[in-house]
Write a protein that binds this ligand. Structure first.
Ligand code: SAM
Length: 282
């Protein structure tokens, strides 16, 4: 296929989803559109440049990220009125925890024709892999980084009768699992990691089980964290609690192990301490 075999595109904004890891996931329509536009607005020209090189496409890129000014947006909207412009993000679907919302809003207000080309989004890939109920889900973006704000956000979501989907980073995974164990006890949780890539993994269990696993095997790469709806799972059983205590006892003394597991499960610390002593005796 030559670079300009495709039909000329009408002026407007083309929102183009791109792969989240596996370049094979780019759609035929995305390729045609990226090849046919006059300008590609992207978060990082190095990241998008790599994708374009892979696809053999040479189109001018302009940076459009969270720091874009009102003037940058106005310029882009004016360009869309005369020429086809694509919007992509570093990976996945633009606007989904990525820049673009204000641009689309202003383009709509200016009467620009807008088309959105569907493709990969980590939230949907994770939801479909997790085995958690998918009839109703709430995508909540990234949880706040600070403990109090994170606990407040989870408390606010605790009554929502739907699977909750969060974007997460590896360094914050254990804190988030602990917060979920506290705020949403007894829920089934899934950690979906490195989706569409070589080391793709989707692990399910209670927040406490997953915290014990990832404390022992630190998670790497990109992560989606999912929490099943209320009433879908039992509170952690005796075997789960023992597994957590044993994992904690490998690193620390019984009182601290009990405190850690109490934080993860919401169970009584004194009872856990007594059980930790018993387990250590064995
Ligand atoms: N717009 C993107 C989308 O549609 O998926 C998401 C962009 S957001 C800035 C980046 C976050 O998405 C990562 O921190 C991670 O939580 C999630 N993510 C992106 N790619 C992923 C992958 N291959 N596996 C797991 N999570 C991924």
């Amino acid at each position: 296929m030559t670079a300009r075999m495709t039909q000329a595109l009408d002026p407007g904004l083309y929102i183009v989803a791109t792969p989240i890891g596996n370049l094979g996931d780019v759609t035929l329509r995305a390729i045609e559109t990226l090849r046919g536009v006059c300008v590609i607005a992207c978060e990082d020209t190095r990241v998008t440049g790599k994708l374009l090189r892979h696809l053999g496409i040479k189109v001018r890129m302009v940076r459009y990220d969270d720091h874009a000014s009102e003037a940058d947006r106005q310029r882009l909207v004016e360009t869309m009125q005369a020429e086809p412009v694509a919007l992509v993000s570093d990976a996945g679907t633009p606007l989904v925890s990525d820049p673009g919302y204000r641009l689309v809003r202003e383009a709509r207000a200016a009467g620009v024709a807008i088309t959105s080309l569907p493709g990969p989004s980590a939230a949907i890939v994770a939801l479909t892999l997790s085995g958690l109920p998918s009839d109703r889900f709430l995508f909540a973006g990234f949880l706040p980084g600070k403990a109090k704000a994170r606990a407040d956000a989870l408390a606010e979501l605790s009554g929502v009768p739907a699977t909750l989907v969060f974007y997460e980073t590896a360094p914050r995974l254990l804190d988030s699992l602990a917060a979920i164990g506290n705020a949403l006890p007894g829920r089934e949780v899934a950690v979906a990691r490195e989706l569409t890539k070589r080391f793709e993994e989707c692990r399910t269990g209670s927040a406490a089980e997953l915290a014990a696993h990832y404390a022992a095997h630190p998670a790497k790469g990109e992560i989606v964290l999912l929490v099943g709806p209320p009433g879908e799972a039992e509170p952690p059983g005796e075997a789960d609690v023992d597994a957590l205590l044993k994992a904690a006892l490998e690193k620390t003394k019984p009182s601290q192990a009990a405190a850690e597991v109490a934080r993860l499960t919401g169970l009584d610390r004194k009872t856990l301490y007594a059980r930790a002593l018993e387990l250590r005796e064995r």
